[in-house]
Design a protein around this ligand. Structure first.
Ligand code: LLP
Length: 386
């Protein structure tokens, strides 16, 4: 990913910064789009993974819709040119202001996560003299076999309407004249690598579609969320996920009538591999048991290791040809011991000033960045910008 000429350019840029490989992102989008068209699936890109304007422009131009979880994400989607009819809005705690904005903008669908939310969307839509389209986000109680912080489809999680609340949801929908049920929505978790969980989800969704059909309610849209995992250990091996296989699973196991439109909301799988966090070594410091490589990037630019103990491949771009391998704890400069990218990282001899790439940082890195310790936000560069 990093040619000698690119590395040379990196040396002239203030670190830390995010680097996005434009070609890889475009190729990933193309592959996703092609596979989705083949299976007749509509894709809504999850902005939370990366809402950088340059990223969104490419995503939008590739024909994706937008999956948003805040009023500001809905706003960003509009600013980036996504059409109202392609914007969905999920989130367990939408504020009245956010709902009103999305109602006024006439977005495609609110993925409603509670009975109370249905009533509030109805009230607000009534006040605006409109009818809002809603999907019920149902908690299917399916284990996604991923980190517990990014598991969302179990009954113990705060997300979605539980199956025992469906009768009451239908009663509310019958009474509320300013909302219209257009679909069902699910999202069971993120960084899913055990794809068998999607089969379990489809079986659950089939049962639910039948439950609605038995009541003469024919659902028009089914949205199975996002969650496809990527390979953090081998970012260069197959950088474009196997979308054909992934989308094919839904077509194989979901048995909707031909009148139902299928939607998915990938985030990470689209953007993760095209991004790297580029930083410089500030100091190499001897510890009791280990040597610390202290970078000018920290948990403020990439929170995932501190929050989920997640693995990211770390490479010394300048020291690549040096002889000998050493183990280092690679940390950031933040005043927290959790500000550690990884312990015992094998690198060639590493020195002050070396340029380090933390790979697979295109998803949930820039979008989760913080200004803790009064840090300045890191800039982002695409291939054509450096
Ligand atoms: N749809 C909904 C309703 C979601 O909540 C999410 C992610 C997605 C789609 C997209 O999921 P993806 O395809 O990106 O897995 N910060 C965590 C990930 C949190 C994901 C939250 N929801 C991380 O860095 O791993």
């Amino acid at each position: 990913m990093f040619s000698p000429s690119l590395l040379k350019k990196f040396q002239g840029i203030e670190t830390p910064f995010y680097y996005y490989d434009t070609k890889l992102l475009s190729d990933t989008l193309k592959a996703a789009r092609k596979a989705a068209e083949k299976q007749d699936i509509e894709l809504h890109y999850a902005l939370k993974a990366n809402a950088n304007k340059g990223v969104l422009k490419l995503v939008k131009d590739s024909g994706f819709g937008a999956d948003c979880v805040s009023g500001n994400e809905v706003k960003r989607a509009f600013e980036s040119g996504f059409k109202a009819g392609k914007i969905v809005f999920a989130g367990v705690g939408k504020s009245d202001k956010e709902i009103r904005f999305a109602v006024q903008k006439n977005i495609f669908c609110f993925n409603a996560e509670s009975i109370e939310e249905l009533k509030v969307v109805n009230e607000i839509a009534k006040g605006e003299n409109r009818t809002a389209q809603v999907a019920l986000r149902i908690n299917p109680n399916v284990n996604a076999n991923t980190h517990r912080y990014i598991t969302t489809g179990l009954e113990e999680n705060k997300f979605g309407i539980n199956s025992w609340e469906l009768d009451e949801s239908l009663n509310v929908l019958r009474k509320c004249k300013n909302i219209k049920l257009i679909g069902l929505h699910f999202h069971i978790g993120s960084q899913i690598t055990d794809l068998s969980v999607y089969k379990t989800l489809c079986v659950k969704a089939n049962e639910l579609l039948q439950w609605f059909a038995d009541k003469d309610i024919f659902i028009e849209n089914i949205n199975l969320g996002g969650g496809l995992g990527v390979d953090y250990h081998h970012p260069d091996e197959d950088p474009i996920p196997d979308f054909e296989n992934y989308f094919g699973l839904f077509r194989k196991f979901l048995k909707p009538g031909s009148h139902i439109k299928m939607h998915l909301e990938p985030g990470r799988a689209i953007v993760a591999q095209c991004g790297s966090l580029i930083s410089r070594v500030l100091f190499v410091k001897k510890g009791m048991q280990t040597n610390f490589v202290i970078l000018d990037a920290g948990m403020t630019e990439l929170l995932r290791p501190a929050l989920y103990q997640s693995y990211h491949t770390i490479e010394n771009l300048l020291g690549a040809t040096r002889k000998g391998k050493y183990l280092y704890d690679v940390t950031g400069p933040i005043c927290e011991s959790s500000d550690c990218f990884r312990k015992a990282v094998e690198l060639t001899e590493t020195r002050r000033g070396d340029i380090i790439a933390i790979r697979t940082a295109g998803a949930y890195s820039e979008s989760m960045s913080l200004d803790y310790n009064m840090r300045s936000r890191a800039k982002a560069y695409f291939t054509e910008d450096v």
